[in-house]
Design a protein around this ligand. Structure first.
Ligand SMILES: [Zn+2]
Length: 81
């Protein structure tokens, strides 16, 4: 089990608490070589604040649906204003 401490071979990257080569979601600038959640990194180029996804102790299917709901709600908020 200690051969894969970050889940690099067992979990998709977006589900890991540790991520490698994190890039800015806005401009794509490389922010960090390796970070472990929870993390917040402000991009030095575009000032966009990048954050780790909140860890929700829920069944996988449920949390993905909830995440989609949140993303949809955010999109509606930003497009409405
Ligand atoms: Zn950026």
């Amino acid at each position: 089990m200690s051969l894969d401490p970050y889940g690099e071979n067992t979990q998709p990257e977006y589900k890991r608490s540790t991520r490698v080569k994190v890039r800015c979601g806005n401009c794509g600038r490389l922010l960090a070589e390796r970070v472990t959640a929870p993390w917040t990194i402000k991009c030095s180029r575009c000032k966009c604040v990048n954050e780790s996804a909140p860890l929700i102790p829920a069944p996988q299917e449920l949390s993905e649906k909830a995440a989609l709901k949140v993303a949809t709600a955010r999109n509606e908020q930003t497009s409405g204003s």
